[in-house]
Design a protein around this ligand. Structure first.
Ligand SMILES: [Zn+2]
Length: 493
């Protein structure tokens, strides 16, 4: 009895220690190939997480406080950051589409369109948190429409610009990352450079940035690049080209020439950067190829279908006017309607005037240019994706990891993490480093691959093993875990 009670007594401190640490306070991911986001060589090591942050990185011993995860030699990198995302449009499906690619942060408010007003938007995310982090730009088109209403087919007056400026200023105070424009879309297409510069100056004064779907990406690409460089110079603001592309056959093969132009602007002190998605097909509206808004002009339609894309390369996405045309190519629809392709294109646009919900996917880019742009030092990867529509919404990041670009895996990871954080001027994410947020992705470099295609757009990618946001597992075993630790990403103050 005596011995028993003695051993019982001796056991008490141990039991007490165990009880007080019933719930592990830290997570140790060991035996992982760490690619830290900086582009430096990878190494086998461990990462310890405490609460939302990375506590330690390196050759770490297991502690009693650790909950242990074996990395099995897989690659552990910072969570991917998507600098141009439309995943904010469908909260339920977005987490699956984004997380299954290893994306832990999305930046919305793109192409000139943002949720207005920002305080209500932020409030809704605070009340119903997401699995992923989200930051937003303030959209020029959105604030323009707020001020000008339906009377937007003109340049804004000085007082209207002042009104837009005060909305933008208020949004910058709330944490908006800056001004986004969509100058190829209504209503931004009717603005002039001076209007944009006046607003970009407001964003600049508040430490924000400028990100733009430029005025044109095909026929007037050169002039559009001149415009964004001018905006950067006159507003003294860092500028980013959204989804950079050479979307005209006559320009194919000239990516390095355009990059030289951007490099010269950088030499002059203009902080110009770009993002890009790894597909030869874009997705937009049917009318985007009509810069002069002459929607019944056969010559414009013919130019679009010969120089910018092809009838076989144009896939109808959403088409509320006649849903049976969805997922068909333009040439097939023309065949069905017994018309020539130009007539059909113009008829579809006319039909869409009464039922404006429409989208098209079209092939306009050359793979070689995409690879050249990806290799530019100031490019970062983006998806430009949404949960529905184009396979990029489900596959961009694994596709880039899988594709042949002549880059090391470390460089690719850098362009999906730290380079993105730099191009957005946000801190505390994008590197595996003590004190940074524990937004991480564990993936298998041998099996990583996108599966979404133009006929099956919502297939998950292979190879993403585990995704962490704020130190919590949000995706594992090919499924979201229904945990919602997402944070709101605000402009660095
Ligand atoms: Zn865009």
């Amino acid at each position: 009895m005596k011995i028993k009670s003695l051993s019982y007594l001796l056991f008490i401190p141990f039991l007490f220690f165990q009880c007080s640490n019933e719930k592990p306070k830290t997570i140790l991911i060991y035996n992982a190939t760490i690619m830290d986001g900086t582009g430096s060589d990878s190494y086998l090591g461990s990462v310890r997480i405490k609460d939302k942050l990375i506590l330690e990185v390196g050759d770490l011993q297991k502690l009693k406080t650790d909950s242990i995860i074996d990395g099995n030699g897989l690659i552990l990198s910072p969570g991917f950051i998507d600098s141009h995302s439309h995943h904010g449009s469908d909260t339920l499906r977005s987490k699956d589409a984004a997380l299954s690619q290893g994306i832990t942060t999305i930046i919305v408010g793109q192409d000139g369109f943002s949720e207005q007003p920002l305080n209500i938007f932020l409030d809704s995310i605070t009340k119903t948190p997401w699995s992923i982090n989200m930051g937003t730009y303030t959209g020029h088109n959105s604030i323009r429409e707020q001020v000008m209403g339906n009377d937007f087919k003109r340049v804004a007056t000085d007082s209207e610009i002042e009104e837009m400026a005060s909305i933008l200023e208020a949004e910058m105070k709330l944490g908006s990352l800056g001004l986004s424009t969509g100058l190829e879309y209504d209503s931004g297409i009717y603005s002039n450079s001076e209007e944009v510069i006046a607003l970009a100056k407001v964003a600049s004064r508040k430490g924000g940035r400028y990100i733009s779907h430029m005025r044109n990406e095909d026929k007037y690409l050169e002039q559009s690049i001149d415009e964004i460089i001018r905006i950067g110079k006159e507003a003294k603001i860092p500028v980013q080209i959204s989804h950079f592309k050479l979307a005209r056959k006559g320009l194919w093969g000239q990516a390095s020439g355009f990059l030289q132009k951007l490099d010269s602007a950088r030499t002059e002190g203009i902080d110009i950067t770009a993002d890009i998605y790894p597909y030869e097909y874009w997705q937009s509206t049917m009318t985007v190829l009509f810069p002069d808004r002459d929607f019944n002009n056969r010559a414009t339609a013919e130019y679009a279908l010969t120089e910018l894309t092809t009838p076989e390369g144009m896939i109808i996405g959403r088409f509320d006017a006649k849903p049976e045309y969805e997922n068909m190519t333009l040439d097939k629809i023309a065949e069905l309607r017994k018309e020539d392709v130009i007539t059909t294109y113009l008829v579809l646009i006319e039909m869409s005037q009464a039922h404006p919900s429409e989208s098209i996917i079209a092939k306009s880019m050359d793979l070689e240019d995409i690879v050249t742009i990806l290799n530019w030092s100031y490019t970062n990867l983006c998806s430009d994706g949404s949960p529905n529509g184009h396979p990029r919404g489900w596959g961009s990041f694994p596709r880039y990891l899988h594709m042949e670009t002549g880059q090391s895996l470390e460089t690719k990871i850098n362009k999906m993490t730290l380079q993105v954080a730099k191009n957005l001027n946000i801190d505390s994410i994008g590197i595996i480093k003590k004190g940074f947020y524990a937004d991480l992705v564990l993936f298998n470099p041998k099996t990583i691959k996108d599966n979404a295609t133009f006929s099956e757009k919502t297939l998950r990618s292979d190879g993403i093993n585990c995704v962490f946001v704020s130190g919590k597992i949000v995706y594992t075993n090919n499924a979201p875990t229904e945990v919602f630790p997402g944070r709101i990403i605000k402009k660095r103050s």
